[in-house]
Design a protein around this ligand. Structure first.
Ligand SMILES: O=C(O)CCC(=O)C(=O)O
Length: 222
């Protein structure tokens, strides 16, 4: 399977935006300093390992999930305010909406909020998750609602490989309507080493891949 396009950590915001605009997602290598990743792992992994696995095919019978990450590591803030992630969110999400108010039309920027945080650890022999768009959590429809609603980041705190269930992304699907069904043959892999990070706009279709090996793969995402 081909890989999602990748950029070095020194890439400019314009370069990051251009690849997300084209493909709906991008891998940024060396996104955070190794010391910050080490702190995130030390804060989050022991708590995640105490969580139980999911109870359906979608959340994964062999997949652990843990939410409310700001309460669990002060380093989560370093990810959210990173200029490449925050800058991309500003560009794609914080765009003006026009409302009628009395006799006037007003242009309002929605602002940015962290909608949710979750750390996901996919365990050995997990089955593949169906292709989906995470904007369904907000009952969003694209392009019907005329705008993107969420910018998502997934930070690899362990290596992501095709064998251990790296996230897959269907490039270009951020422009599709809801009725166009994606086929797995259209997906590319977000294979990345620990400390890289994948950003994507929420309307891109993605699942995690089928697990074939017994190493686990962990990532916080928000
Ligand atoms: O962990 C992943 O690779 C993706 C998970 C996902 O998309 C979800 O559970 O909604």
């Amino acid at each position: 399977m081909a890989d999602l396009a990748r950029l070095p950590g020194a890439a400019s915001l314009d370069e990051v935006i251009a690849v997300i605009e084209r493909d709906g997602g991008v891998i940024v290598e060396d996104f955070l300093a190794p010391a910050i990743i080490a702190e995130l792992k030390a804060d989050l992994l022991p708590k995640l390992e105490a969580c139980s696995a999911g109870r359906d095919d979608f959340s994964g019978f062999r997949t652990r999930r843990m939410s409310a990450l700001f309460a669990k590591s002060r380093r989560v803030a370093d990810v959210v305010i990173h200029p490449l992630f925050l800058g991309a969110a500003e560009h794609f999400i914080n765009t003006p909406v026009v409302y009628g108010s009395g006799e006037h039309l007003r242009s309002v920027r929605p602002g940015l909020r962290v909608g949710g945080t979750q750390m996901i650890q996919i365990g050995p022999r997990e089955t593949a998750q169906p292709l989906h768009r995470d904007h369904w959590a907000m009952l969003w429809r694209f392009p019907d609602y005329g705008r993107q609603v969420r910018m998502q980041i997934m930070l690899a705190v362990s290596d992501f490989t095709e064998e251990n269930g790296a996230t897959q992304i269907v490039p270009g699907s951020h422009r599709w309507n809801e009725e166009r069904v994606a086929d797995r043959s259209e997906a590319v892999s977000a294979a990345m080493t620990s400390i890289a990070s994948a950003f994507r706009s929420l309307s891109t279709r993605q699942p995690y891949g089928k697990r074939k090996t017994c190493t686990s793969r962990s990532a916080p995402m928000w």
